[in-house]
Design a protein around this ligand. Structure first.
Ligand code: F6P
Length: 548
């Protein structure tokens, strides 16, 4: 089915035309109930999408589009454990990782829960031993530093969650996340760490990812330089992987290998043992509260009618902005310092999942899919790129994300933080009319000539759409709900765009080329004649200037 040729899509195009000259100011002025109508709450997590440029009819047509695309059917197929990731012949069952009941999941026939529970138990055991000081290093010291070595989904999710929940962090443990191949990431860290008290988690689903392998080898060499004995690896290295054999070859003993499965996508793996660093930081009970939060969102996604379904509504709003209003990017603006990694996490989640132009049937998509996702801590952005959001003339939908209470409170901070967050979304939506700007300037006593000169610069067009997501506080449960909300949002969008959201073939070509270019950078001239002129020129520069 070409979704853009359907009556539902055509109705939405008409909505877009009908609303084209309707400002958010008008939408609010004409509907006193707009907030109630276009906001929804689940267990404390509030989504206000009233500042999106939709009306009831457009939302109704968006919901029809979701029905037409069989969102409910695809959702049920995912939860049933069908191999909906057909290009990798895999089921998509990260939701099993947060299934907290004693019942089978996804079904009695396919039940994956015995394996999931066994690894949760293994995690709990490690977490308790490390946090209580029972886990000892090669000289008998308790662990003080935990270094997660991983990249992509094996880095971004745990880094986001452990920072987001830093208020719950064990007081005597420090956490570090190393992903970059550049030794400037690992080297300064190793300089300050003590091998006797450092535990490395090598998180890699495949255990073949170049960045992670090289960082892990360097960490291993560093440890061996101090410990001198191979048995020390068992005291300082844990692997999380779906390739236990490869972890074993690295020297990690079976009891330190935590398994993940092919039905857990890398960017959906936080809930698995890839989240071990988070569990070490906040404790296994709190980690399971995070899983419960995600499970609450799963149940809501499965059971709530589409018109009240938070991930569905978020997905539809994004589709409206992308496909009907023409937005090319979307900004993620967390206001809490602790969720500063949310934009980076969502960049992978959204763009690796739906950054595609080919449908499940192998046909070119008939419309544009995922917008470019970017973002930064909101208040920092206010003093940097918000100028462009307000007056740059681009349509850039924003997600404002903030917790009502601070997780690290100090007197006098939280109310101004919240005021800034709300002020920005209001300013973006409603702007400042020429009339308002004129009144302000004349009240400031400007002459008519001065006023005329300044007036164009003081006008804010407004009408910039945003969604505000509020949580009571940054706790494990709320964070679990928030992340699962975005996961399901991405899934729904993928279904509507007819995309397989769970593969990522687009990352392969660069990996292959990097492997081919490595010998050339190291000086091997055998393939020089085959290189394109640009790559050849750049390699010549490296040979002249690089110390590799
Ligand atoms: O290159 C992309 C990717 O495969 C991501 O999908 C994944 O999260 C990341 O690399 C890391 O992969 P791994 O966990 O296998 O090291």
């Amino acid at each position: 089915m070409n979704i853009t040729q359907t009556p539902e899509w055509q109705a939405l195009l008409q909505d877009q035309q009908r609303l084209e000259h309707t400002h958010l100011r008008d939408l609010f002025a004409n509907d006193a109930q707009r907030f109630q109508r276009f906001s929804a709450e689940l267990d404390g997590l509030l989504i206000d999408y009233s500042k999106q440029r939709v009306d009831a009819e457009a939302v109704r047509h968006l919901l029809s589009l979701a029905r037409l695309a069989n969102v409910e059917e695809w959702r049920d197929r995912m939860f049933a454990g069908e191999k909906i990731n057909f290009s990798e012949d895999r089921a998509v069952l990260h939701t099993a990782l947060r299934h907290m009941e004693f019942s089978p999941f996804p079904s009695a026939e396919l039940d994956v829960m015995p394996q999931v529970r066994a690894v949760r138990k293994q995690m709990r055991d490690i977490v308790e031993r490390v946090r209580s000081g029972l886990w000892r290093g090669f000289k008998g010291d308790a662990i003080q530093n935990v270094v997660n070595i991983g990249i992509g989904g094996s880095d971004l999710g745990p880094k986001l969650a452990s920072r987001a929940l830093s208020a719950y962090q064990h007081p005597h443990l420090n956490f570090f996340y190393v992903s970059n191949l550049d030794s400037a990431h690992l080297a300064p860290l190793l300089e300050k760490l003590d091998p006797r008290t450092t535990l490395f988690i090598v998180a890699s689903k495949t255990f073949t990812t170049q960045e992670t392998s090289i960082n892990a080898q360097t960490a291993r060499t560093w440890l061996m330089a101090a410990a001198m004995e191979e048995w020390a690896i068992a005291k300082h290295f844990i692997a999380v992987t779906s390739s236990p054999d490869k972890a074993h070859e690295f020297g990690i003993p079976d009891e330190n290998i935590l398994q993940i499965w092919d039905w857990v996508g890398g960017r959906y793996s936080l809930w698995s043992a890839v989240g071990l660093s988070v569990a070490l930081s906040i404790g296994m009970n709190a980690f399971e509260r995070m899983l419960q939060g995600a499970q609450t969102m799963d149940s809501h996604f499965r059971e709530a009618p589409l018109e009240k379904n938070l991930p569905v509504l978020m997905a539809l709003i994004s589709i409206w902005n992308t496909n009907f209003l023409g937005a090319e990017t979307t900004a993620i603006l967390p206001y809490n310092e602790s969720i500063r990694h949310l934009p980076a996490f969502l960049q992978q989640l959204e763009m690796e999942s739906n950054g595609k132009t080919v449908s499940r049937d192998g046909e070119p998509l008939s419309c544009r899919a995922n917008p470019i996702v970017w973002g930064e801590i909101g208040v920092n952005g206010q003093h940097a790129f918000f100028q462009l959001l307000h007056q740059g003339g681009w349509l850039i939908p924003c997600d404002f994300v903030v917790a009502a209470s601070s997780d690290h409170p100090l007197p006098g901070h939280q109310a101004p933080l919240l005021a800034n967050c709300l002020a920005q979304s209001a300013a973006l939506a409603f702007g400042k009319t020429e009339q308002q700007a004129r009144e302000e300037l004349s009240q400031a006593g400007l002459s008519e000539a001065q006023l005329a000169r300044l007036l164009p610069h003081k006008v804010f067009a407004g009408n910039q759409p945003s969604t505000t997501i509020l949580m009571p506080g940054l706790d494990p449960f709320q964070l679990g709900m928030l992340i699962a909300l975005y996961e399901h949002k991405v899934f729904v969008q993928g279904v509507i765009w007819s995309i397989n959201s769970f593969d990522q073939w687009g990352v392969e070509l660069g990996k292959q080329l990097a492997n081919r270019l490595l010998p050339a950078i190291l000086g091997d001239q055998a393939f020089d004649a085959q290189l394109d002129a640009s790559t050849s020129g750049l390699i010549a520069y490296f040979r002249r200037h690089g110390h590799v």
